[in-house]
Design a protein around this ligand. Structure first.
Ligand code: SAM
Length: 364
């Protein structure tokens, strides 16, 4: 049934919304394998069999936003708030550099005050100078003005991740308070693009009320805005959030379903977008220990090992059962490298691993 669609994908023919939704709806194990194998072949041809590491520094859980799904939302008073100082962030980035990761990601809850903006600017500049501009620096610090994006870019950041979360306006409105605007988020993505970043966005899969057609629209949206990088992952309930209170913790069967949907989204995104960077989200590992490696086998080419100090990890719980919260960076490097090599992938040590899509679109 799906073979003619996969054949079109192999030929590089554009897929329709209905065809994308059909691929996302696959339940049969043989069909799923055919989808994953097709996506893997397209990955090999478009971006190679190399997994790039981005050391993830979750530098603060202070947040001015109140997203109904997120464990570090402003109104969750059970969270003990933390803020790493400049020295700690710098030290972790240098650890990643010495570990030959090639890139780091600085992520936190959202803050728009000058003290925070200036601190990030200083630390980005320090990392950039200390590594002679060799270290890839990705930021994931939420919605900011174009002027702030520009300051951070001039300090040395190259890439920015800002998930749209869902492109269905009704779902967006259900999972956010009324003052969280989808239009503003879209405007931020446009500002990032104007500022010259490699821009990444993505969605959560498995949101209440979300259909395969919604997810097909999400993939077509990523294509329509000519995105360079994709970071998306399964929605996982957090018990201290308004949405998590309505959805009981996932059963083993629901975890498997959420993992399969996450993997199918990666595979279909690879088929439709071809040469972008796609991250295998940590949330995949929360559903199954080898979830991220499975993501690589379905078309992802980026992994974000956690560098956050062990003491802070339990405080950056976006969802329940976030993995590796009792490990440290060296343990993550060791166990992850072995598992990635085990699935036949090379690791792009000491490489920034810029998006091929970005390289092509900025070549002339
Ligand atoms: N503040 C920045 C922002 O909004 O882009 C970065 C931090 S935010 C916590 C990073 C991402 O975590 C969000 O874009 C969201 O997709 C994801 N996230 C939050 N809660 C989640 C949950 N319960 N399940 C899965 N992903 C979640």
């Amino acid at each position: 049934m799906i073979e003619p669609i996969l054949e079109k994908a192999r030929n590089g023919t554009e897929l329709s919304r209905a065809e994308i939704a059909a691929l996302l709806s696959i339940t049969d194990a043989d069909e799923r394998k055919a989808l994953f194998d097709t996506a893997y072949a397209i990955k090999e041809e478009s971006v190679g069999k190399i997994a790039y590491f981005r050391g993830l520094i979750e530098c603060s859980n202070l947040c001015i936003k109140d997203c109904y799904y997120c464990g570090i939302r402003r109104s969750n008073d059970k969270v003990e708030r933390f803020l790493m100082d400049e020295e700690e962030i710098f030290k972790e980035a240098m650890w990643a550099y010495d570990a030959e990761y090639g890139s780091c990601v600085i992520q936190s809850g959202e803050r728009q005050d000058e003290t925070y903006i200036a601190m990030i600017e200083r630390v980005v500049k320090r990392i950039s100078e200390a590594t002679s501009g060799e270290m890839g620096i990705t930021l994931s610090l939420g919605e900011q003005t174009e002027a702030v994006y520009r300051r951070w870019k001039e300090a040395g950041a190259h890439r920015y991740l800002l998930r749209i979360e869902t492109t269905n306006p009704q779902i967006y409105a259900r999972i956010h308070p009324a003052d969280h605007s989808m239009e503003e988020r879209l405007e931020c993505l446009a500002a990032l693009r104007r500022t010259g970043y490699q821009v990444g966005t993505g969605v959560m899969m498995g949101l209440p009320g979300q259909t395969m057609e919604d997810l097909a629209d999400d993939i077509l949206f990523l294509k329509s805005i000519d995105i360079d990088m994709v970071g998306m992952g399964p929605y996982i309930p957090h018990s201290d959030t308004p949405m998590g209170k309505e959805v009981p913790a996932y059963t083993e069967e629901q975890k498997t379903q959420a993992l399969m949907l996450g993997l199918k989204m990666i595979a279909v995104t690879r088929i439709v977008l071809r040469d972008v960077n796609i991250a295998a989200a940590t949330a995949l590992q929360a559903l199954e220990y080898t979830g991220r490696e499975q993501g690589l086998k379905c078309g992802a080419n980026v992994i974000m090992p956690n560098l956050t100090e062990t003491e802070f990890r339990p405080k950056y719980q976006l969802y329940d059962n976030k993995p590796c919260t009792d490990e440290n960076s060296s343990m993550c490097r060791g166990c992850l490298s072995g598992r990635i090599k085990g699935v036949g992938e090379e690791i792009g040590f000491n490489q920034r691993g810029d998006s091929q899509h970005y390289r092509k679109r900025t070549a002339d």
